[in-house]
Design a protein around this ligand. Structure first.
Ligand SMILES: Nc1ncnc2c1ncn2[C@@H]1O[C@H](COP(=O)(O)OP(=O)(O)OP(=O)(O)O)[C@@H](O)[C@H]1O
Ligand SMILES: [Mg+2]
Length: 267
């Protein structure tokens, strides 16, 4: 569902945020992205949601070739994902209800469905009763939970969350992570950037460490939330460290393989 081949990102000012990233994330995985501040974690997510474009390599997400996708098609890519931004990005002109409802209106859901689903989502993140408030009338943690409700409301194929518990107390953080874990159990792929070492150890799953723009570790931690696969289903990489960033292979040769699929996807 996510395929990266020799992906590099250099920002306009020359900062090399990611270097030659090679990895695949399959449907249904529960993935933590960890690493120090400035390592490239948010950049990694921004490439996946096509908020930034990679300078080199190949990247395919949910069937879209992100090196070739046209600007006007990016919204269709985004509809396959629920995004929790590090800075929330709620709309201050709208109250809590409308911030969440807006995501549903954009995809043409009926007001009847919206009326049922928005309160349900607010309840799920523990914010029932805040419908009429503006984002600025909420605490940071509350805003973060509104942004989570908005990300989940359209039942996306993949959740991409940049520090979804960054402003939330430990107890509530556990609840949020449990919510994401439950959603993952229903088949949704979940990608979470976090600095919270304890939550990572507690929930486990696949842990990808990014340091200074490269993947330095890619392992699995098995827990009650992410149990090890049945013995006969094994054979995947378990706790092994793999950093298979291939040395300079020519990636342009395969660059075209997905372009047609991309153009077809929603036409
Ligand atoms: N728009 C930008 N223009 C130039 N440089 C940028 C831009 N965004 C990020 N960077 C730089 O790219 C590098 C990676 O940044 P990124 O935001 O991906 O880090 P991060 O791992 O998410 O850090 P944090 O944990 O603090 O959120 C940093 O050196 C950062 O300063
Ligand atoms: Mg970041």
């Amino acid at each position: 569902m996510i395929h990266m081949e020799n992906i590099s990102k250099v920002y306009a000012n020359g900062t090399e945020a990611l270097r030659k990233i090679n990895l695949d994330i399959e449907r249904g995985e529960f993935v933590f992205i960890v690493g120090p501040s400035g390592a490239g974690k948010s950049t990694f997510l921004k490439l996946i949601m096509r908020e930034e474009k990679a300078n080199f390599g190949n990247i395919t997400v949910n069937g879209y070739n992100l090196m070739k996708i046209r600007k006007r098609k990016v919204p269709y890519l985004r509809r396959t994902m629920g995004i929790v931004f590090q800075d929330f990005r709620l709309i201050e002109k709208m109250n809590v209800y409308d911030n969440i409802a807006f995501a549903m209106r954009v995809i043409g859901e009926s007001e009847k469905t919206i009326k049922k689903r928005v309160p349900y989502m607010l309840d799920m993140v523990g914010l029932s009763g805040t419908e009429k408030r503006r984002p600025s009338e909420l605490s940071g943690g509350e805003q973060q939970r509104v942004s989570l409700a908005r990300a989940l409301v359209n039942k996306p194929e993949i959740i991409v969350a940049d520090e979804p518990t960054g402003n939330i107390d430990p107890e509530r953080s556990f609840d949020i992570m449990k919510l994401l874990s439950d959603i993952n159990k229903n088949g949704t792929t979940v990608l979470i950037v976090t600095h919270d070492h304890d939550l990572v150890q507690q929930f486990g799953g696949r842990i990808i460490r990014i340091e200074d723009g490269v993947v330095t570790e890619d392992k699995k931690i098995y827990t009650q939330f992410n149990p090890s696969p049945a013995p006969d289903a094994a054979g995947e990489n378990d706790a092994s460290v793999s950093n298979d960033n291939a040395p300079d292979s020519d990636s342009s040769a395969s660059a075209d393989t997905n372009s047609e699929k991309t153009e077809e996807k929603e036409s």
